[in-house]
Design a protein around this ligand. Structure first.
Ligand code: FAD
Length: 299
């Protein structure tokens, strides 16, 4: 198992990681590579790459994960969702991830396919992310770090946060090493989640996932997907910029909100930051320039 990241967390050194999504078409591939090139100059500890909801896009996680590792030298963590896969298919993908030498896997269930409201396991498939974590550990021992998703404002299917935390603990008990959170815009949601997770016996690092939201339209899209609470101050400012047709002002509002969030998270002890960059490297660059040395933010 790659010890570098674990050691950083153990010694209280915050990590910085970014998330890419695999390109669908040639123009998207150019954007992904440009973003990776921009991020390469930043002090990033690892890069994650998401897993598609279905079809051929799923192959691209492996392809682009390998590509950005080869070209830019990133430590790469591909995501894997169990939705729509039999156990045998998952094992075949895991074998390919192992051959590619990825240091970590983000093990997820995935959402129900478009048009379906409830999750149904594939024939001979798995039901919960905890089973995927267990499958990886049973077959590969401690070869890779395993990350899992966590929801400061609870997973939408969960009746309450206690139930959700019980199942989060199950993922850790099956062998996950860390949690990356769903995006949130109100840091108190994260701090309260961490406190309750600790009370529930979850001891692993819980990495906050931060997304700079750069326009009112983007906020509306995110809201529909994630149900994250949006503080009125942020929403009103983005709405005013939108009404004024001032795109630059929207970008500035989103970046300074993310900067404020990150400064406070690190100062109050978060083990790192995972930045949802949406394949736009310039915003990650801008944020890093504002923040300076991550370790110094701790003081
Ligand atoms: C950091 C992060 C990265 C993500 N990346 C991707 C991606 O690349 N591709 C993608 O398609 N989606 C991605 N997602 C979205 C994710 O797939 C969805 O949120 C999905 O609905 C839940 O996945 P999970 O791994 O959290 O599922 P689980 O941990 O299995 O939980 C799903 C629901 O089931 C409940 N549950 C868990 N275990 C049990 C149990 N034993 N019995 C009963 N109920 C249980 C949970 O409380 C929760 O309500 C990501 C989410 C996060 C937070």
């Amino acid at each position: 198992m790659d010890k570098v990241i674990l050691e950083k967390w153990a010694t209280g050194t915050p990590t910085f990681s970014v998330e890419f999504f695999p390109a669908k078409e040639e123009k998207d591939a150019r954007q992904l590579l440009r973003a990776a090139n921009a991020v390469k100059k930043l002090p990033i500890d690892f890069a994650s790459i998401t897993y598609g909801a279905g079809g051929s896009s799923r192959e691209r996680t492996l392809d682009y994960g390998e590509l950005i590792a080869d070209i830019f030298g990133f430590r790469v963590m591909p995501h894997l969702t169990l939705v729509g896969h039999s156990k045998a298919e998952l094992l075949a993908i895991l074998e390919r991830y192992k051959k590619a030498g990825f240091f970590s896997i983000m093990a997820l269930r995935g959402d129900p396919p478009k048009g379906e409201t409830a999750f149904t396991p594939a024939p001979d498939g798995l039901k919960h992310a905890s089973e995927l974590v267990a499958l990886i550990r049973e077959n590969y021992g401690d070869a890779q770090l395993i990350g899992v998703g966590g929801y400061p404002e609870k997973h939408p299917e969960s009746p309450d946060i206690e139930t959700d935390l019980r199942f989060l603990k199950e993922k850790i008990d099956c062998g996950a090493n860390f949690v990356t959170t769903q995006m949130f815009f109100d840091n108190e949601k994260y701090f309260s989640f961490v406190e309750r997770a600790r009370e529930a016996g979850i001891r692993v690092p819980i990495i906050p996932g931060i997304m700079p939201v750069l326009s009112f339209k983007q906020l509306a899209r995110i809201n529909a997907l994630s149900q994250a609470h949006v503080p009125a101050e942020l929403r009103d400012a983005l709405e005013a910029a939108d009404r004024a047709g001032d795109k630059e002002a929207g970008i500035e509002i989103g970046l300074s909100w993310a900067e404020k969030q990150i400064r406070e998270l690190i100062r109050r002890g978060a083990p790192g930051i995972h930045l949802y960059i949406m394949n736009r490297g310039c915003f990650a660059q801008n944020l890093c320039a504002r923040l300076g040395d991550f370790t110094a933010l701790r003081r």
